[in-house]
Design a protein around this ligand. Structure first.
Ligand code: FES
Ligand code: MG
Length: 595
């Protein structure tokens, strides 16, 4: 043991000292020490008052989007060692967006819970969160928020651009197009598989502005990762350099005790909302960002997304809202270029302190687009007022719609009536979950035409455990063949951030717990009025009451039986999308490392 007891008492107050250097409890100290020595550490190191830095490892063979973190972690460790810390890497529950059944959404809260236990219960003074694939980012940030020890995120970075026959092919995004081509016979099964595979040429997360790029970018906008770090493609050498720098930085953050609550302030969240609009970010962002805020105790509602974000122009020309991919975004300056443009136009708070110890203004005031076709300037945006809009009406208390992806063709067909622009009435075709949709979408009996609105219910956090990304429904093959490639869609599920569909989704409360969508029937007329921010089924109040009495406040057919213990546990505790779909009991546990 090094130093006298008095000297030790004067030390930095690292929480790991409770385990490794606690003269008041020599027996426990000895037990803790001898087991961690098995890793090859020495007593001298563990009692040398160096911070123990956890590396929360999300990469694994089951999580290929994040798998490159297994390599990057070595450089993180180098950085931690160089700055005087001791790294301890540990796994967190894998989450892979497209491979997990029934949904990856189900696992976000499970990974959150398990990471909270690890950060709270082990001798960890600070943590590097290895983020990437969609839900890994919010799961890590939510846990860091709850525990509130110094934390910094390291993105794994996007894949290289995908190419097919000389054109950019975006991961995730291409699947929607390829499905249309398969449905209409333009390609066969093998052609379908090859086209989709061409979109993913390297390690890394989806190269489109899907949920992964969105959440990694918003982590940087929140200040929780190093400036300029989000967009670096996974295989680039500067991704490794960034890993090393992140490792060095967390040790300094522990030294000054800079915690998530010091960084993710209300102003930082407001910045994230505005950056999301400028990115053309995923409709999953409000769910995850609101969840992080709730675990920190920061007031943030869905209404804030409309108030702060709806009027912000779309600056980033990435698929699905635009044409480019992740490599292009990085070369054009990435998140700092976007934030610099917003800051110079008065749309960003410059004062929040970020993970590098500097403020937002200090980080990005001079950052500009290096390719103004990829990252636009304010005088030449891709679209004006391109944020998410928040809708309500007699079918749900609220739902969101991503306006940046409304195509000119869709706008012309549904939203250009000169009498009432932005208003549309259509005949509802109702599906109870994705299986029902797949079974019946091409059934000629439904008589689906371009006057229809597709409704998906039973797909929310309770109905389809975790919430399914299924609201963006393709029209029937017959309709696509006739030239109608998108119908208005409404639902209580989510949609993939890689989808270019202007669906109305995340409807809360969901049908499975008695939300208004449970009352709709095929053939009902639904009115969507974007200007008024309303969606209503055109039924009189008596009819709605009659149906309400018939349906009751629970609709078991919209919430099939749980298949695993966690499905049942989460269903009993999870809230709705508008509240971040968090485990409601967990929210009261805040800043627990200080208690
Ligand atoms: Fe993992 Fe897109 S599926 S990042
Ligand atoms: Mg997704």
């Amino acid at each position: 043991m090094t130093g006298t007891k008095d000297q030790r008492a004067e030390r930095s107050g690292l929480r790991s000292r409770e385990w490794f250097d606690n003269p008041d409890h020599p027996d426990m100290t000895a037990l803790y020490l001898e087991r961690y020595l098995n890793y090859g550490l020495s007593i001298e190191e563990l009692q040398s008052d160096r911070p123990i830095i956890g590396i929360a490892q999300t990469g694994s063979d089951l999580a290929p989007c994040n798998r490159h973190h297994l390599v990057l972690a070595e450089r993180v460790k180098d950085g931690i060692r160089e700055a005087g810390g001791i790294p301890l890497e540990f796994p967190i529950h894998p989450i892979q967006e497209t491979g997990k059944r029934p949904t990856a959404g189900l696992d976000r809260n499970l990974a959150y819970l398990s990471l909270v236990e690890v950060l709270y219960g082990y001798p960890i003074d600070g943590v590097v969160l290895t983020i990437g694939c969609d839900k890994t980012t919010p799961a890590c940030l939510m846990a860091a928020a709850t525990v509130n020890i110094p934390a910094i995120a390291l993105s794994v970075g996007p894949m290289l651009n995908g190419w097919h026959k000389g054109r950019r092919v975006g991961s995730g995004t291409i699947i929607w197009k390829a499905r249309e081509m398969l449905a209409t016979g333009q390609i066969d099964y093998e052609g379908f598989i090859r086209l989709v595979a061409s979109s993913s040429p390297s390690t890394g997360y989806c190269n489109t502005m899907g949920t992964a790029t969105t959440m990694n970018s918003l982590t940087e906008a929140l200040g929780m990762s190093l400036p300029g770090s989000a967009a670096i493609p996974a295989p680039h050498r500067d991704r490794q350099e960034c890993a090393w720098e992140t490792g060095r930085r967390i040790v300094e953050m522990v030294a000054v005790d800079r915690k998530p609550s010091d960084i993710m302030t209300p102003a930082a969240f407001h910045n994230a909302i505005r950056v999301n609009s400028a990115l053309g970010g995923s409709t999953n962002a409000p769910i995850h960002i609101n969840a992080i805020a709730r675990h920190l105790g920061v007031e943030l509602t869905l209404a804030d997304w409309e108030t702060l974000g709806a009027e912000v122009p779309l600056l980033v020309n990435l698929q699905p809202a635009g044409g480019y991919l992740g490599e292009d975004f990085h070369r054009a300056g990435g998140v700092p270029a976007v934030m610099g443009e917003l800051l110079r136009n008065g749309l960003l708070e410059g004062t929040p302190v970020t993970a590098n110890g500097r403020t937002v203004s200090q980080n990005v005031a001079e950052s500009r687009s290096l390719d103004e076709d990829v990252i636009r300037t304010f005088d030449r945006p891709l679209a004006q007022a391109a944020g998410l809009v928040v809708l309500s009406g007699n079918l749900f208390a609220n739902a969101v719609m991503k306006t940046s992806v409304i195509s000119a063709q869709f706008r012309a067909r549904y939203l250009s009536d000169s009498e009432a622009p932005n208003r549309f009435e259509g005949r509802a075709i109702v599906f109870d979950g994705p299986e029902d949709y797949h079974r019946r979408i091409d059934d000629p009996e439904l008589g689906i035409g371009d006057d229809c609105i597709l409704v998906m219910r039973g797909a929310g956090p309770v109905g389809y455990p975790g919430g399914a990304e299924v609201v963006n429904m393709r029209p029937s093959a017959a309709l696509i063949a006739a030239g109608v490639d998108a119908l208005p869609c409404i639902g209580d599920g989510r949609q993939s951030g890689t989808s270019g569909s202007p669906s109305i989704l995340n409807a809360s409360p969901e049908a499975a717990i008695g939300g208004g969508l449970a009352l709709v029937r095929t053939g009902d007329i639904i009115r969507i009025d974007l200007a008024a921010r309303r969606v209503d089924v055109l039924l009189d109040d008596d009819e709605i009451e009659r149906r309400r009495a018939e349906v009751g406040d629970a609709t078991p057919e919209l919430a099939p039986e749980s298949q695993t213990p966690w499905q049942e546990i989460q269903r009993g505790l999870v809230g709705q999308f508008d509240g971040g779909a968090v485990l409601e009991n967990a929210v009261k546990y805040q800043r627990i490392a200080q208690t």
